[in-house]
Structure formats: C-alpha cells, structure tokens
Design a protein around this ligand. Structure first.
Ligand SMILES: Cc1cc2nc3c(=O)[nH]c(=O)nc-3n(C[C@H](O)[C@H](O)[C@H](O)COP(=O)(O)OP(=O)(O)OC[C@H]3O[C@@H](n4cnc5c(N)ncnc54)[C@H](O)[C@@H]3O)c2cc1C
Length: 267
C-alpha cells in the first residue's frame, strides 16, 4: 500500500520571495490532531522527496494547508516553490507531533510561541474550539525578522474574528502578538526578552507567565527552543510529552541537519 496520499494543490499564496503557503485537497480518511506535522513532498525522478511539515489547518477542515520556507538550493523547497493549482503533492499517512492540546495540563492562559514558519504548527490550534474551552486566553506570539514575514497577519487581525465557527471565541479570547527583530514595528524584540518583561504583560493587559496557572507551546529553531525551554524551566515549568501531560511542550520548526533523501523517503 502506498505510504502517502496524492493531493491536489487548490491555491498558493506568496508572502515573500522566500515564504509561501498553499492549500490542498484532503483525503477523507486522513486523520490528525490540530498541531501535528506530517511528511509531504513531490515525486522527483519517480521517487518521493519528502520533508516534515506542520499542518497549518485545523483537524476539522476539509482541506489541508501548509506554510513553507524557500531554502536556496534546498532539495524540496527549490522545487516546491513553483507549485501551482492543479499540481500534485504527496502527503504521508502518519501525522504526529507533541504540540497537542492533550499534552498540556489545563490552566488559565495558553501561550503559543513561534518564530518563522513555526507559526504553522499553531494555525490549527488557534482554530480549535477546545483551546478556547480549556483556556481563558490563547496568546499567540509570532516572532520574525522582517514585517513581510508576518504570514497570516490579516487572518489574525480580521478573518478569524469573522469566521462563522470560531469567530466569537477568537474575538473574545485570542490575543495575537506579532514581534519583529530587524526593522521598526509596533512591537520589536525577541520572544524570550518579552516573556521576562513586566512592560510586555502590561501592554497586553495580561498577568505574568505563571507555571501554576499558564501553559506554553513552543515551535522554532533549535536555538530558540533551547533558550525558551531554559527560560520556562527556570520559572518552574515542567515539560510535557505524548507520554505525560505537562506545563509546556516544544517542537522544532525545522531540523538543523539536512535529512538524507533515503531517510525522508522511508517515512
Ligand atoms: C517537525 C518539523 C516540522 C516542520 N515544519 C515545517 C513547516 O511547516 N514549514 C516549513 O517550511 N518547514 C518545515 N520544516 C522544515 C522542512 O522539513 C524542510 O527542512 C524544509 O521544507 C526545507 O526543505 P529542503 O529540502 O528545501 O531543504 P532542507 O535540506 O530540508 O533544509 C536545508 C536547511 O534549511 C534550513 N531550513 C529548513 N527549513 C527551514 C524553515 N522552515 N525555516 C528556516 N530554515 C529552514 C535548515 O538550516 C536546514 O538544514 C519542518 C521540520 C520539522 C523537523
């Protein structure tokens, strides 16, 4: 049996020269939890060329959505950047991941901390009614270098508020916090610096992060995960996993080492 489905690209949105998102059809038998990632890719020379991608759409959506970087000379993304509606994408059969609401204890506020394409992992979670039932506020902090990299900004500032399914919950409970490091913007600076700043919480009208009450999900580079895990553990947060619920969970937004084609294709 094939290890992947063949889905059709429905539309493509280009955010910058190096960042795009796309929507595909979804096999009705393909099941996942919001926040999971899956191997996706293209057939190249009659072989699958696959990479891990967070699913940037909620578990209940009819379609699948992905947000992608373009890596110069990257085996997959140098090709994937050219996809257009009607093209075929391979989607693996085994979605997985740790950024699941089920892996967190219940609590007061849920913080979703993402840099770059790490945002993709939280696109499904912010559209999940369960997130708003279990937490008073869902605080999404997206850190990027340049303003243009704030993908889905319009979605957070207007579209989600008008969504017929999730709109009212998002209006009342979603707090979207974009932050930029390399050019002037309404909020500047790195996520770890914000999290230890009283002025940051004051500006949002939120209480300071508290391990006894708040829960955190983190998705970014290895360096970002290391910094934030150390910061959270320093504050007394305990890490959760698929085996045991906790107060925070982390996942890489990308691997530092290039996976071999054989490894990726074997998934
Ligand atoms: C759990 C997981 C989830 C992922 N989810 C996504 C996602 O939703 N969107 C996405 O674009 N990528 C995601 N990635 C990265 C993705 O698997 C590929 O690495 C990426 O698509 C580039 O593929 P490539 O073959 O062109 O280059 P690769 O050979 O895979 O990567 C080359 C190098 O580019 C850098 N790089 C790769 N991906 C990124 C990135 N997203 N941001 C910044 N630098 C990067 C790394 O230094 C990497 O070593 C994820 C990776 C993991 C492990």
């Amino acid at each position: 049996m094939a290890k992947f489905n063949r889905e059709t690209v429905l539309n493509v949105h280009r955010w910058t020269d190096n960042l795009f998102s796309f929507r595909t059809t979804r096999d009705t038998a393909f099941r996942f939890d919001s926040g999971m990632f899956v191997m996706i890719g293209l057939e190249v020379d009659n072989r699958p060329l696959l990479r891990a991608y967070s699913i940037a759409s909620p578990a209940y959506a009819e379609h699948l959505e992905f947000l992608s970087i373009v890596v110069e000379n990257g085996p997959l993304t140098s090709r994937l950047q050219h996809i257009k509606p009607g093209d075929e994408i391979l989607v693996g059969h085994k979605p997985t991941g740790t950024l699941l609401l089920d892996n967190l204890d219940s609590g007061r506020n849920l913080y979703l901390l993402a840099t770059g394409t790490g945002l993709a992992a939280f696109m499904g979670i912010v559209q999940e009614p369960d997130a708003y039932e279990r937490f008073e506020k869902v605080v999404l902090i997206h850190g990027v270098r340049n303003i243009a990299e704030l993908a889905y900004r319009d979605f957070f500032t207007s579209q989600i508020q008008n969504d017929e399914y999730i709109g009212e919950l998002a209006q009342n409970q979603l707090v979207y916090v974009p932050t930029v490091t390399r050019e002037p913007f309404e909020r500047q600076g790195r996520i770890p610096d914000h999290l230890v700043s009283d002025a940051f919480y004051d500006s949002l009208g939120l209480p300071k992060l508290d391990p006894a009450q708040d829960r955190v999900m983190v998705c970014g580079s290895t360096a970002m995960l290391k910094d934030l895990a150390a910061l959270l553990e320093g504050l007394g947060f305990e890490e959760g996993s698929n085996a045991k619920r906790g107060q925070f969970v982390v996942e890489k937004a990308f691997a530092d080492q290039t996976p071999s084609r054989a490894t990726a294709a074997a998934e």
